[in-house]
Every structure is written in structure tokens, then in C-alpha cells.
Design a protein around this ligand. Structure first.
Ligand SMILES: Cc1cc2nc3c(=O)[nH]c(=O)nc-3n(C[C@H](O)[C@H](O)[C@H](O)COP(=O)(O)OP(=O)(O)OC[C@H]3O[C@@H](n4cnc5c(N)ncnc54)[C@H](O)[C@@H]3O)c2cc1C
Length: 291
């Protein structure tokens, strides 16, 4: 756990806020890139961060606290880590405030430099395997298909920045508005497409775009190919095989129902091996992360 404070905030576009954290210990934060996930632990209005348990059994002790003493914990992606400057950036997708936004949605738009928080993230001094990354670097020669909504943009951007020059494929990102298309530089040959919802239903642009990309990136299914069924109750499956089998590696993240539909298409309709498809429900419509 890293004790941090907000150094700066920057509104990147209508829907993205970059928060830069700083903290004395961040020089030990591991700069792993790709889709490294972390936990952001937020202060409580009355008690700040003081009730937050620390130590190896922190999670169990946190769960046992009464609700009013339980600091909200939300999952984010490291957008950029600069351990030498003791800085970590995260990009937060600001959801339109319909009155149901959770603790992170309420915290982000008004947070000021100096505000305290805790990051639970990778420690460069740990010599075991890295936890919290789903993208398989063994897939980095491609072709890859990266697809997601605005909550997956930070992860897709970080993956794209680290892909090697020879990697091919497509990255599809559905965001609320045209002006949410951010500048992403990739050394790879992966084609980047932004899809602006502009008020349309969530997933209504991403789903057909993934279907069309699959047409371009996958060989046609022959009559003899068998297709796997998928469990529609799954929210998350990250293959752990050494090398993903098959002609394409797909990485899908965003609202759970939309992402399940994409995975179903690739595995059940298009015959992709499920070990070559990482899919992650990053959030669920109508459900808090703590539900
Ligand atoms: C591995 C991983 C990495 C992630 N990386 C990022 C990241 O880098 N940036 C980022 O912004 N998010 C990211 N997310 C998603 C983020 O954790 C969720 O959106 C989280 O639920 C937001 O917390 P909250 O307190 O605002 O809302 P919650 O208390 O969790 O939920 C309250 C309500 O808000 C709704 N809601 C939650 N998120 C959204 C949304 N984005 N749009 C509309 N409604 C929403 C819920 O359905 C619920 O009704 C990531 C999630 C995972 C699992």
C-alpha cells in the first residue's frame, strides 16, 4: 500500500480526468505497463483514511469493519508510472452524474491537489510474479484485437504504447463523445478506431465494430469447425496459457453485459479458442463495485 496525495488533476476531454498521485514511497512502485490494475482507496468524509487496516490481512479486517468505517475501494488502471519522480497517473472516466454515481464518481470531479488517498499496487522490490495484469505479452506480435469502453481506454492506451513495431491488429474504443478521442502513440501497426456513442445505447457501436473487425482478422469458419459454448454468467476470464492458441488474441474490457456479448460472438459464433480471449467485466450497469 502506498500513501499518496493528489499532485495535479487535468481534464483530458469531456469524459476523462487524469489524476497524478505523488507519495514518498512511489519510487518503489513497479512500472509494469500494459493493463496493470491497482486499487484506489478513498477517504471517508468523517474519518478520512484512518480506519483503513494495513498489513498482510488488511482485506479480511477491512471486510469485518462496520459499513460506516469501511473506506471505499475501487479498481483502476495505471496509465503512467514515473517511479523516479514518485508519480503515478490514472485516467478516470467521469460518468454523467445521474445521481447514482458511486464514491469514485463523486470524488473525482471535485478532488483538489493535496487530497490524500491510498494506492494498492505493485511493488518493484517484490521478486515474485506480477499480479494484476491480464494482457499476455506473449501475444505481442499479434494480430491482436483490443476492444472496450471508456473505462478500458487507459488499459488499451498503455498496452498500445508498449506493443512492438511488428505487432498488427485493431484497437476499438467506444467513448461518450467525439472529443473523447485521446492522442495515443503506438510503435505498433495496430489500427486505432474511436467510436463516439453521442447518446446512443452503450455497446451499440462497439459490438458491430468488433463483428466487422473479426471478419477482417479471423479466417472464415468452415463447416467442420466446432464452436465452444460460453457460460453467460461469467464476468471475467483471463487465459493463463503460455501462448494463446489460434490466429488472433482478443482482449475485451468494459461494462460486463456488453463485454459478455463480444466474447460470446468471438468464441461461440466465430470459433475462437477461449484461451485466446481475455474478457473482463470492469463494471456492471446498476451495480456498485462493492455489491
Ligand atoms: C481491472 C479494472 C480496471 C479498471 N480501470 C479503470 C480506469 O482506468 N479508469 C476508470 O475510469 N475505470 C476503471 N475501471 C472501472 C471502475 O472501477 C468502475 O467504473 C467503478 O465501478 C467506478 O466506481 P464508482 O465508485 O464510480 O461506482 P460504483 O460505486 O462502483 O457504482 C455505482 C453506480 O455507478 C455505475 N457505474 C460504475 N462505473 C460506471 C461508468 N464508468 N459509467 C457509468 N456508470 C458507472 C454502476 O453501475 C453503479 O450503478 C476498472 C475496473 C477494473 C475491474
Amino acid at each position: 500500500m502506498f500513501d499518496v496525495r493528489v499532485r495535479t488533476t487535468e481534464r483530458l476531454s469531456p469524459s476523462f480526468l487524469r489524476v497524478t498521485f505523488t507519495g514518498a514511497d512511489l519510487e518503489r512502485f513497479a512500472d509494469n505497463g500494459y493493463d496493470q490494475r491497482i486499487k484506489l482507496i478513498l477517504p471517508l468524509e468523517e474519518h478520512g483514511l484512518s480506519p483503513m487496516p494495513k498489513g498482510p490481512d488488511w482485506y479480511q479486517r477491512w471486510r469485518e469493519l462496520p459499513g460506516e468505517l469501511r473506506n471505499p475501494i475501487r479498481t483502476l488502471t495505471v496509465r503512467l508510472a514515473r517511479p523516479h519522480l514518485r508519480e503515478v497517473d490514472v485516467d478516470i472516466a467521469l460518468h454523467e452524474d445521474d445521481g447514482h454515481g458511486g464514491p469514485m464518481a463523486r470524488w473525482a470531479p471535485t478532488v483538489q491537489p493535496g487530497a490524500p488517498a491510498i494506492l494498492f499496487g505493485p511493488n518493484a522490490g517484490f521478486d515474485g510474479p506480477n499480479a494484476g495484469m491480464a494482457f499476455r505479452p506473449d501475444a505481442e506480435n499479434g494480430p491482436v484485437l483490443l476492444a472496450g469502453d471508456e473505462t478500458a481506454v487507459p488499459a488499451i492506451a498503455s498496452v498500445l504504447e508498449r506493443l512492438p513495431a511488428g505487432c498488427t491488429g485493431e484497437a476499438l474504443m467506444e467513448v461518450p463523445y467525439d472529443s473523447d478521442a485521446l492522442d495515443i502513440l503506438t510503435p505498433s501497426r495496430v489500427k486505432i478506431t474511436w467510436l463516439a456513442r453521442s447518446g446512443a445505447r452503450r455497446g451499440s457501436l462497439l459490438h458491430p465494430a468488433v463483428v466487422a473487425a473479426a471478419d477482417r482478422l479471423l479466417p472464415p469458419l468452415s463447416a467442420n469447425d466446432s464452436v465452444e459454448d460460453v457460460d453467460v454468467n461469467d464476468l471475467w476470464e483471463v487465459p493463463e496459457d503460455e501462448r494463446p492458441p489460434g490466429p488472433l488474441y482478443a482482449w475485451l474490457a468494459g461494462e460486463a453485459a456488453v463485454i459478455k456479448g463480444l466474447r460470446r460472438h468471438l468464441v461461440a459464433d466465430r470459433g475462437m479458442d477461449r484461451r485466446a480471449v481475455a474478457f473482463m467485466g470492469y463494471w456492471r450497469e446498476g451495480r456498485s463495485e462493492q455489491d
